[in-house]
Design a protein around this ligand. Structure first.
Ligand code: SAM
Length: 279
């Protein structure tokens, strides 16, 4: 296991993933009934953007670095606001130093009645996560294989909430494992919200993945794909999230935010593609 999210935290792929995650949780907490967030590949939880890892790649500069401290147009604020509030929450003095990963975003938004289940297999990140949340009784950190999460944790006892499946794509087969995880998870919890992250690098592989997801014929699915540079098969050109049962306001919110998002990120040729029956 070589992947460490500390090198990538806050990059453009995180912007899309975390904006959608926070948007969906903001919707879920509007109703009083308890809910659970399950994060099968949780990472370290909180990242220091002045660390060696973050400084070595500087990837965050092109993501959160472009959005932090800017006056955003209303349509962009409506989509990004819940996520940016969480980034502000871990930087109370107003200077951008820390970046919240998916566990910290979820934890910052959940209420006392809610629960958070985190799986992280990397020994150091798993230990760090357990330390970070030791005193929060809502959070369970499980240092085991997150691919087992659909079978092990679905449906959650709360019967409301979401599962984020965000593997590192270090190993061949992660696209197939995502499809299997969604099929298994949805069989067990048809009303749950699913968010599955995938990279856009090799166009043939992404096409095969889209076809396999469509083949599951799961209703209320929406795929959001962000492309920030030409897809040439050699480097990360974009990233996507397959969502199921996301709030019906998500697609219009993304569509409205799309143009100004790319302007603020400084990527005039960027595209946000929406597909699926909920698009
Ligand atoms: N979800 C995090 C976020 O958005 O802040 C980022 C997660 S990162 C893309 C993927 C994580 O999965 C890494 O921290 C890696 O150590 C972990 N990982 C890899 N294989 C795993 C497995 N089989 N089960 C659980 N975690 C795993």
């Amino acid at each position: 296991m070589n992947y460490r999210h500390a090198y990538h935290a806050g990059n453009p792929a995180d912007v899309i993933k975390h904006a959608v995650l926070a948007y969906v949780i903001a919707h879920l907490v509007q109703k009083p009934a308890p809910l659970r967030v399950i994060d099968s590949h949780a990472g370290a939880g909180l990242y220091d953007l002045t660390s060696d890892a973050a400084e070595r790649t500087g990837e965050w500069v092109e993501g959160i670095g472009r959005l932090w401290g800017r006056d955003l147009p209303a349509e962009l604020e409506a989509f990004l606001g819940p996520w940016l509030d969480q980034v502000a929450g871990v930087n109370p003095d107003g200077r951008l130093r820390f970046y919240p990963g998916s566990p910290e975003i979820a934890r910052g938004m959940l209420r006392d009645v809610d629960g958070l289940t985190l799986c992280e297999l990397h020994p150091e990140d798993g230990e760090g996560l357990a330390d970070l949340y030791r005193r929060d009784r809502r959070v369970k950190v499980i240092q085991r294989d997150g691919w087992l999460a659909p079978k092990a944790f679905l449906p959650p006892k709360e019967r409301r909430g979401l599962i984020l499946i965000d593997p590192p794509f270090e190993q061949k087969g992660d696209y197939d494992r995502l499809v299997e995880a969604l099929a298994e998870g949805h069989r067990r919890w048809a009303s749950g919200i699913f968010l599955l992250w995938y990279p856009v690098k090799d166009p043939a592989e992404v096409k095969r993945f889209h076809r396999a997801i469509a083949g599951l014929a799961i209703p209320k699915s929406l795929t959001v794909e962000a492309i920030w540079r030409p897809v040439d098969g050699t480097r990360l050109s974009g990233a996507g999230l397959v969502t199921v049962n996301a709030p019906y306001t998500l697609a219009p919110a993304i569509r409205a935010a799309s143009r100004s998002l790319w302007d603020v990120l400084g990527v005039p040729a960027g595209r946000l593609l929406l597909s699926g029956d909920a698009s």
